[in-house]
Write a protein that binds this ligand. Sequence first.
Ligand SMILES: [Ca+2]
Ligand SMILES: [Ca+2]
Ligand SMILES: [Ca+2]
Length: 149
Amino acid sequence: MNVMFTEVGYSSYDGANTQPWHWPAIPPVDVGEQADCYEALLSVCRNRPWWKGAFWWNWETDPNAGGLSDMGFTPQNKPAEQVLKDYYITITGDMNDDRKVDHYDVSLFADYWLDQSVVGWPDFNNDKKVNFMDFALLASNWQQSIPPP
Ligand SMILES: [Ca+2]
Ligand SMILES: [Ca+2]
Ligand SMILES: [Ca+2]
């Protein structure tokens, strides 16, 4: 059985790790504790085969939202934003999500060769076809890797 967490959020106050739902949050601000909460969930769940991800509450449309003095739920412009980036960063061509591009990825990519019904991955250039253009993008990252979070 696969599980997706349909809402996860941590406000940015000291104590959010025990009562992350508190709103309005109770001073003082602790954006580091919020980041620790993100790190805890991601580090524990990331490699669980049944875990298919989470919808994070919340992300504002304003790119300047959040910030180090904000006690709200958004991780924007706070240490938690970097935690998310560290976990979600990908390399084009990494088909098996192991943070490197190697022969395993080529093998998986080959299963989609010349497929014209693919939407998104592994159509890396989003032209609705899986062909040499996509292979070139994979190959441009050959043997590249990113460190674990
Ligand atoms: Ca704290
Ligand atoms: Ca890979
Ligand atoms: Ca393509």
